[in-house]
Write a protein that binds this ligand. Sequence first.
Ligand code: OAD
Length: 238
Amino acid sequence: MLRDASSVVVFSGAGVSAESGLATFRSGGNALWNDPEVSTYPTPRGYRAHVPRSWQWYAMRARTAADAAPNPGHIAIAEIERRVPDFLLVTQNVDGLHHRAGSRRVVELHGNLRETRCFDCDARSAWPRLPADPRCARCGGLLRPDVVFFDEDLPADALERARDAAERCDVLVSVGTSNLVWPARELPDLAHSAGASVLIVNVDMTGQMPPGDRVVHLTGTAGDVMPRMVARAWPAPT
Ligand code: OAD
């Protein structure tokens, strides 16, 4: 399917970065939202209520992401981009590892942890080295990570690009996402309804589209399955 496709979307989630040592949100004993206080941070209200701990928690995640390295799953996804004429990677991840693995056509649906943003004046800046004071140097407003919180809209242009690509593609590969968070979760259905095949790569298929007509389950880790998928689709010349 992949070899014959001229248009491919890869739709990724936190599971892709698990093998780089980054915790996912909902799977495994170290899932980020397991902590009741931390699970209230990703809303404007919950974030403000817990400053400075919420600010320091995001600063710690930004540093952990910067210190992590892309794994074979990220690298295989970048390889698909080089093979397919019309390609888009739609990621829910904020860790920047896809870019560092070489992916270029990337839509970050939930923002990123590369920069901070001011609640008041919207100015973006690099994370301070000592994240003790979450105050904007320009206006004194409260700083936050440049990620999308629950109760906030996704960047409209990113969502539109993602939806357009899903409706146009021949194959959508969903990898390492629980597929629970709206509106991102509609993308596999959108692609399938428009006639695409959907390949689902995950260690656990709970809650995913059932296998069937043009839906294939590939159970395993992203770091194992994705490189094998690429090697099968485009075998190295012998
Ligand atoms: P989740 O934590 O909800 O789901 C991670 C998925 O990865 C699960 O389905 C796991 O089974 C799977 N998984 C774990 N390890 C894996 C591995 N090595 N290889 C492949 N799959 C693996 O993370 P997301 O689906 O990304 O949003 O969560 C979506 C959104 O919910 C996030 O972007 C974030 C969160 O709340 C916001 O903060 C707005």
